[in-house]
Ligand binder design. Sequence first.
Ligand SMILES: Nc1ncnc2c1ncn2[C@@H]1O[C@H](COP(=O)(O)OP(=O)(O)OP(=O)(O)O)[C@@H](O)[C@H]1O
Ligand SMILES: [Mg+2]
Length: 516
Amino acid sequence: MNSNKRWKVLLIDDEADIREVVSLTMMDAGYEVITAPDGKTGIDLCKTQRPHIVTTDIRMPDINGIQVLETVKKFDPDIEVIVITAFGEMNLAIKALQLDASDFITKPINDESLHLALNRAKERYLSRKHLKDYTALIEKEKAETTQALIRTLEFRRNLIESSMDGILACDQNGIVVTMNAAMEKLLGFSRTEIVYKRTVDQFFSQREMENFQKKMKENRYGGRNRLFLYETTLIGKDNKKVPVQVSASALFEQGKESGIVCFFRDLREIRRLEREFEDQAKVLHQDKMMSLGRLAASVVHEINNPLAGILNYLRLMIRIVDREKPNPEQLEKFRRYLEVVENETSRCSKIVSGLLTFSRKSPSAFGDVYIEDLLQRSILLSHHKLELSNIELKTDISPNIPVVKGDINQLQQCLINLIFNAVDAMPTGGTLWISANYDPNEKKVIISVKDTGPGIAKENLPHLFEPFFTTKKEGYGVGLGLSTVWGIMERHNGTVKVESQPGYGADFKLILPYSA
Ligand SMILES: Nc1ncnc2c1ncn2[C@@H]1O[C@H](COP(=O)(O)OP(=O)(O)OP(=O)(O)O)[C@@H](O)[C@H]1O
Ligand SMILES: [Mg+2]
């Protein structure tokens, strides 16, 4: 029988005949059989040969079958032991069964009972093995599941622990059951002081807690049983108030509310930045107000002077006219007075229109500006002035200049202001260079107005573009030319720059952006 081939049986019997007969029977049935003539040899063989089944005679000199059974079972409880008893030794048979023998056979051994006993031993062996494998499998799976569970729990714990937001959960009675490190920081309490010891309402004012609970019940604020980004104040250790933004969600177990989990975001840093920002805005506003005040004061001063002159001359003329009809000599005086009045009035008007250009915010008439065209127009308007001052004009306009977007009138105003300043700087003549070129890398058009005048003192450079800054004599300069240029360039997203070394003239550059 092939199915018995893998079964190894150790047969222990001190009677050689029995060994021979029984082993033959077993071998015929396909078992692999080893034999031993006494208990000691049997036990040794058991250890080296590892049989599945041991069949042992009970009555043997020295070590008897019961001892063999005990020793074998101790050594390997999986080995099945069948004891062979003589007729009438039922008590020994029972003892053997109590010691976990799988069966007993009585002498004289007949084949049938031998096979029955062997089959039963095999069954026992196999079912025990199956049970063992099954247990091992379950153990393994259990271990794996436990590991996975531990990993998941650990991961969740880490997730909660490493959150930047404070996380706190409480049960249905409001008792805090867990919280993370960020929450400890927010409250200033360690979790051992809080978890299972305090209720969540201890960290809010009564009013805030009522609000919080009311909002949790409402459908708004993230939906019923939820709260989304609600701003409130936590009360931490030593009554410290901490502004927070809280999102919360009620927890349910089998349809019953079992607690709430809350996420708190610390708003202290945001509030600090807000305050800083507000302070800055305040300072900026103050700055603006101050410069506005300064500007107003200057305007009043600038306009007051000419107005005083105008008023004086007009009053004088009225007084003369009131007294008598003016004679030709007086009329001649009047003409001079009126000239002053005209000059002063146009000065006032210049100040006012200059201020208007300076303060205008939105671009008025933006369109295509051809730089060459712009320069020609500006030169034409200043030609007469240049000739009067004996100034030689040199131009250099590069051919590759693209068309820029802008308000040609305002840009022309810029150029005229620069040219007139240059002319003013060279009252006894000199050279004026007007050039234009394009920087394709920077995508910028650069127009330069350069003179051979005395240049600009270093200490004046930072003030050139301030309104009403002038070094010119009363009646010659208002000090709005360059600030107007600056304002116009701003509106064109451009800049105005100056380079000057005293004694070597000044070079003003208008830099305009080009965008295709
Ligand atoms: N090309 C120049 N060379 C030397 N100094 C100059 C030149 N351009 C301007 N400045 C200096 O900058 C000052 C301010 O110029 P700005 O054009 O703003 O006012 P202004 O010419 O004095 O008066 P306004 O142009 O309003 O009649 C001038 O008073 C002068 O000191
Ligand atoms: Mg000027």
